[in-house]
Design a protein around this ligand. Sequence first.
Ligand SMILES: Nc1ncnc2c1ncn2[C@@H]1O[C@H](COP(=O)(O)OP(=O)(O)OP(=O)(O)O)[C@@H](O)[C@H]1O
Ligand SMILES: [Mg+2]
Length: 226
Amino acid sequence: MGGIFVSGTGTDVGKTYVTAAMVHHLRNAGKNVDAYKPVISGFDPKNSDSSDPAVLLSALGRTTTDDEIGRIAPWRFVPPLSPDLAAKAEGRAIDFNEVVEFSRRVAYGRGTIFIEGVGGIMVPLDQSHTVLDWMSALRIPVLLVAGSYLGTISHTLTALHVLAQRNLDIVGVVVSESTVPGANLDDTVETVARFASPIDVIGLPRLPLNELASDAVLSRIERLLM
Ligand SMILES: Nc1ncnc2c1ncn2[C@@H]1O[C@H](COP(=O)(O)OP(=O)(O)OP(=O)(O)O)[C@@H](O)[C@H]1O
Ligand SMILES: [Mg+2]
């Protein structure tokens, strides 16, 4: 399978949730899997246990030490801002080429390697590059995660259009059910799928805390990755 870039139509849509669920699923099936969140903003070292890298490490069955967090998430910023602004607020800057080199190095390991993006597909990383440029430089398949909130259909179709313009390989869309109001999940999935055809679109219901997504849904997502 190799590297998969998990991108989102925006922040908080479910990228980490879907990645962690897939890591669990693949590990349970005895498959080799790894996960990275190279760039993260809004990272509070005092609450690192609930951070994206901690969620991914725990799905991987690894301890959430500072070293491990640093290994899978080298670019960490405290301000909850886009990465370019978060870096600037800390008097730092992200070296885009270093992010690409790091991602290339880790993406060609054994098994399935998830690389979670940051925010939506055109979030700036520095003065002139966005996540889209990062994905374009890597040219690994993209799994797009979206929500089911009111407005998601346009956000998702816009994102797919932009990804296609860069000739990126879109393996599919996962609509992870939002808590805010919108159309019901099935109607959202059906509508996105109709406009996104032939791209596969899978709905992931909102599950209670600590309840795992069903094997049936996770197996469908796994098939997108193959
Ligand atoms: N299908 C779902 N069922 C239950 N909880 C979910 C589901 N999808 C997302 N969540 C929860 O919603 C919140 C936001 O999801 P998540 O952190 O995965 O978003 P994200 O896209 O990774 O955000 P960020 O841009 O910060 O990386 C988390 O608390 C997550 O556990
Ligand atoms: Mg996340």
